[in-house]
Design a protein around this ligand. Structure first.
Ligand SMILES: [Zn+2]
Ligand SMILES: [Zn+2]
Ligand SMILES: [Zn+2]
Length: 236
């Protein structure tokens, strides 16, 4: 914490000061709730989300005065936005929450606003990944954690009949496993946590056998941290 401005803030935010005294790692949610009360007049909010890949918690500062779609509209050309929406269709309508680059690039010359060459579309996809709207792994694209956190309400309203909610944490589930009997969905980290102590995995809703491979989150976590290290190496 910086002493110059934070002490000044605390001088007129006595509640925050008393909260900071009690700040503890397991009280992070309460701490953020307190900050959010202070952010309300600024139409901002800190939102908590989970990475669908490894289950790690993420926090995003969200601007409530501007919808994500209007924010995107000012950053991208019309046909780039169309490509994004169509990519989002592919991802959300897919079984596992991924769309492969071939399928996305095939959309490029079907765009109604303005067709794109495949090379151009490749470049645009790269920018969507850089801007954290999409994330990519081995040529497969899914929505970035940041995108899901900011667009959850929008996606749930646009894809009312197709977007799935996780049966465990009740938030939007893009990358998920789906029960083949009753159709409920669970995030991969939520699957891992839920079935951890069970010898035979059964659907929490219909009790049928859970036919999918139970993801090993400890393995995914070490993979993503080594990926981060190699990226760090590239930039330095
Ligand atoms: Zn400060
Ligand atoms: Zn979940
Ligand atoms: Zn079921």
């Amino acid at each position: 914490m910086c002493t110059t401005c934070c002490e000044l803030h605390l001088a007129w935010l006595p509640e925050v000061e008393s909260f900071l005294v009690y700040y503890a790692h397991d009280k992070l949610d309460d701490f953020i709730a307190t900050i959010n009360i202070r952010l309300q007049p600024l139409f901002m909010q800190i939102r908590k989300g989970m990475s669908e890949g490894d289950g790690r918690a993420h926090y995003a500062l969200v601007n409530l005065a501007e919808t994500e779609i209007t924010k995107m509209a000012s950053d991208y050309a019309e046909n780039e936005l169309e490509l994004f929406r169509k990519t989002m269709d592919l991802i959300i309508l897919s079984e596992n929450g991924f769309a492969c680059s071939t399928d996305i690039l095939n959309l490029a010359d079907q765009l109604k606003t303005k067709k794109m060459k495949k090379k151009e579309a490749e470049q645009v996809l790269k920018i969507f990944v850089e801007d954290k709207w999409l994330s990519e792994r081995n040529g497969e694209y899914t929505l970035h954690t940041r995108c899901i956190m900011e667009m959850e309400q929008y996606i749930l309203s646009i894809y009312q009949d197709t977007a799935r909610k996780c049966n465990i944490c009740h938030s939007l589930a893009i990358q998920s496993q789906v029960c083949e009997t009753c159709g409920i969905a669970m995030h991969l980290p939520c699957v891992a946590k839920y079935f951890k102590a069970q010898a035979e995995p059964r659907c929490p809703h219909c009790n049928d056998f859970w036919p999918h491979e139970i993801p090993d989150m400890s393995r995914i976590e070490s993979q993503s941290s080594s990926k981060r290290d190699s990226r760090k190496g590239l930039h330095s």
